[in-house]
Design a protein around this ligand. Structure first.
Ligand code: AMP
Length: 178
């Protein structure tokens, strides 16, 4: 087993599955035990940015809220800026917004209009890819600002939900699949 595979295994073993949170039927993947272990947290960041070096991206964009934790650490390692994509109503300055459908209702995410620039190289990061709606909306926001999406990286992918299908034009990576 390669050292990367061993690290992935250790991260997977540390992720806690919490049944029926926040509502019945959801198997919530709790990454807090990974964050609490400095070897696993650092290992996650190294794997999320595997293949990238300082200069390859201008910004690491994190998705509200757990994505911020991983994206901020990745940004520091890549000597890039950090940019938040937040839920509607949280960012103080002028924003672009993008809505997407959920099983019941819809969600809206937002980015500051000047967060990235035309042709900025961007890595998008979140903790988990489920149906892909959130990440696809974030990609739309970044494209509206003219960014070039170098990659979209997740710690966890719920592969059976086929969220990748909503991210056809960006290289998608996940450390761990379920
Ligand atoms: P989606 O838009 O369906 O891909 O959902 C992705 C977003 O919802 C991510 O920001 C995740 O943090 C969160 N999420 C969805 N499903 C789960 C789950 N089973 N466990 C933890 N977080 C989840």
């Amino acid at each position: 087993m390669s050292s990367h595979d061993a690290l992935r295994n250790d991260i997977k073993n540390a992720i806690r599955n919490v049944p029926d949170f926040p509502k019945p039927g959801i198997q919530f993947k709790d990454i807090t035990p990974v964050l609490a272990d400095p070897r696993l947290f650092a290992g996650c960041i190294d794997l999320l940015i595997d293949g990238l070096k300082p200069g390859d991206v201008d910004f690491v964009v994190g998705i509200d809220a757990r994505g911020f934790i991983f994206a901020a650490a990745a940004a520091l390692k890549l000597k890039a800026g950090f940019v938040p994509v937040r839920k509607k109503g949280k960012l103080p300055y002028q924003t672009h917004e993008e809505s997407y459908d959920l099983e019941y209702g819809s969600n809206t995410v937002a980015i500051h209009v000047d967060a990235v620039h035309q042709d900025s190289k961007v890595l998008l990061v979140d903790d988990l890819l489920a149906t892909g709606g959130t990440a696809a909306a974030a990609v739309q926001l970044l494209r509206r600002l003219g960014a070039k999406i170098v990659g979209v990286s997740f710690v966890i992918e719920l592969a059976f939900l086929n969220g990748r299908a909503k991210l056809p034009d960006a290289p998608v990576h996940a450390l761990i699949d379920y």
